[in-house]
Design a binder for this molecule. Structure first.
Ligand code: COI
Length: 372
């Protein structure tokens, strides 16, 4: 069989906008509401493979109402950010991880895989072109949303014969409207996010829409996001749009522990999650911390809180970075996650956030930070 073309960055065509947008001041940015001047698009067909990449002005898509993405959710996406360092360098954070996960997501829904290095090269060119939209203040960045959809016009349920990969970008600040402050979570007891053998570890749009009702229920109770539990034992899995970590002292021994749920196929394989684990093992390990990927329950957390052993909790994600958590509502009570009154971030959470951002913004040279 003849090998079909993969994505070819050198075939890129560029059409620039004639109506450049005005930039918003950073404090007016709302997550994912405003976009840059351009978009990157690459079409694919089953018979021709990946076609020529194009950068064009940001524009509407025109799709037939019968297009399979609208009916059977042939959609996968990534979340990445581009950062501007104080000396003006543009950087990506571990793009290889996003490319690997994107390919794992798309292959699960019968969309075409692609050469991740070639897409990263195109993303880099795109970001350089949109440089003026990359905010330079700490905590601000250009959020990148690579997306792949099935575009075949059919109501038949089968593998799409055509697809469109596109990239849009949105200048962003903090994910939560409350800014860089501690958030509160409400445990969801009447729904489950993912199950073994399902698709909870793939970044599919179809994983997100069913989260909104539990999210609204959490908001109605006065909390920022919901926390997903699993099974009768109420195992703590992840929060609405973040992986979840806790820091606590072990019962009896008083040993310092950091826990997050293991990658058992139900957890989104967060790039920040992986990075936090690695940095914690490297930097906190020598201080006596034991860092573990393990199953633990809401009851374990409540008990630790009651006994004064729960030190801190935080969420991680590309959008949320490292977000401190103040409390978790569970079974009609608030489990206090260890922040003192008036405190917005705990010491470990703050150090984690500092280490991650220091790499992302290029304060320190690190193999995870890719200079464009
Ligand atoms: C991200 O952290 O990039 C996410 O995907 C979370 C959300 C904005 C969907």
């Amino acid at each position: 069989i003849a090998k079909l073309p993969n994505i070819d960055p050198d075939a890129l065509s560029i059409t620039k906008t004639t109506t450049p947008k005005e930039l918003l001041p950073p404090e007016e940015l709302v997550f994912g509401r405003t976009f840059t001047d351009h978009m990157l698009s690459i079409e694919w067909t089953a018979s021709e493979g990946w076609l020529r990449p194009r950068i064009t002005p940001y524009q509407n898509l025109s799709l037939d109402p019968a297009t399979c993405v609208f009916h059977y959710a042939f959609e996968a996406f990534e979340g990445m950010k581009a950062y501007k360092s104080p000396n003006g360098d543009l950087r990506l954070f571990r793009p290889d991880r996003n490319m690997r996960r994107f390919n794992r997501s798309v292959e699960r829904i019968a969309l075409p895989t692609f050469d991740g290095k070639a897409l990263t090269e195109l993303i880099s060119r795109f970001v350089r072109m949109e440089e003026r939209f990359v905010p330079s203040s700490r905590g601000y960045s250009l959020y990148l949303r690579p997306t792949l959809i099935g575009t075949q016009r059919t109501l038949g349920v089968g593998p799409p014969g055509s697809a469109l990969l596109y990239l849009i970008a949105s200048p962003v600040g903090p994910y939560y409207p409350t800014g860089f402050k501690a958030i509160s979570l409400a445990a969801t007891s009447n729904a489950v996010r993912a199950w073994p053998g399902g698709v909870g570890d793939r970044k599919l749009g179809a994983n997100y829409a069913p989260c909104i009702v539990p999210q609204l229920e959490a908001a109605k109770r006065g909390y920022h996001q919901n926390l997903w539990l699993f099974g009768e034992e109420e195992i703590v899995t992840e929060a609405g749009t973040m992986n979840f970590f806790v820091c606590l002292r072990e019962k009896g021994t008083g040993k310092k522990m950091m826990w997050t749920a293991p990658l058992d196929g139900t957890i989104l394989e967060g790039v920040i999650r992986e990075s936090v684990l690695e940095l914690a093992r490297e930097n906190l390990g020598p201080e006596g911390w034991e860092v573990e990927e393990k199953n633990y329950t809401m009851r374990d957390l409540a008990e630790a809180a009651d006994e004064g052993r729960l030190i801190e909790a935080f969420g991680t994600g590309t959008a949320a970075v490292v977000s401190p958590v103040r409390k978790i509502n569970w079974r009609g009570r608030d489990v206090d996650c260890g922040l003192k009154a008036g405190e917005e971030v705990g010491e470990v959470t703050n150090r984690m956030k500092g280490w991650i951002e220091g790499i992302q913004y290029g304060d320190v040279e690190h193999r995870w930070s890719v200079k464009l």
